[in-house]
Write a protein that binds this ligand. Structure first.
Ligand code: HEC
Length: 162
């Protein structure tokens, strides 16, 4: 086997692997869906992404034994509280145009939907308070309570990912 074959073989395999991953990776699909979205659907997907980004940072902060930063947690919780104000108006009746994952059940159970938005607001405020008290355990618990409001709504009102 020539040196050239030895070098090029693994490279070919790596390329195949990358191609296969790109074809099946759910994160990749979400990015595509997002790029296709327009209007109010795109706006609310952006809003949700903003929430998701902050929850991800919060998760690593509240769980860390070394990187816990009460001021940052309080400020991220405050940002989530602020962003929550945009959620309700992001769902005008029947807006489920492709590639939206919103379910028609939202408008059949609008009161419940709004209750879940309110719960997200309340729980994010409580997370800010817990962080300001500099109690990491309370912040961790409150982060979980906030995450529950996200999941609670997604379970009932957002299409399941396959
Ligand atoms: C009151 C209901 C509700 C609450 C509360 C809620 N979401 Fe969502 N979320 C939705 C719905 C419905 C969709 C699907 C929107 C669409 O595709 O049109 C969604 C979509 C998303 C998406 C995918 C966005 C995209 O680009 O497709 C992310 C990420 C997300 N939510 C994160 C969060 C996080 C984090 C929280 C909590 C801090 C949260 N959501 C709270 C209803 C909710």
């Amino acid at each position: 086997m020539s040196a050239r074959t030895i070098l090029s073989f693994p490279r070919g395999r790596a390329l195949l692997l990358v191609t296969a991953l790109a074809a099946t990776c759910p994160a990749g699909q979400a990015v595509y869906a997002h790029e296709e979205a327009t209007g109010v659907v795109k706006e609310r997907m952006d809003t949700m992404k903003q929430l998701g980004k902050r929850m991800k940072t919060l998760k690593s902060l509240v769980r860390s034994s070394s990187a816990y930063d009460a001021t940052r947690v309080a400020s991220l919780a405050g940002e989530i509280r602020g962003i929550s104000d945009q959620v309700e108006s992001g769902f005008p009746a029947g807006s489920i145009e492709h590639p939206s994952e919103a379910l028609p059940a939202i408008w059949e159970n609008w009161e419940r939907f709004v209750e879940l938005i309110d719960a997200m607001k309340t729980e994010s405020e409580k997370l800010g308070e817990a962080a300001r008290d500099s109690d990491q355990r309370a912040a961790l618990k409150q982060f979980a309570a906030l995450g529950k409001t996200c999941r609670g709504c997604h379970t009932d009102f957002r299409q399941k990912k396959d």
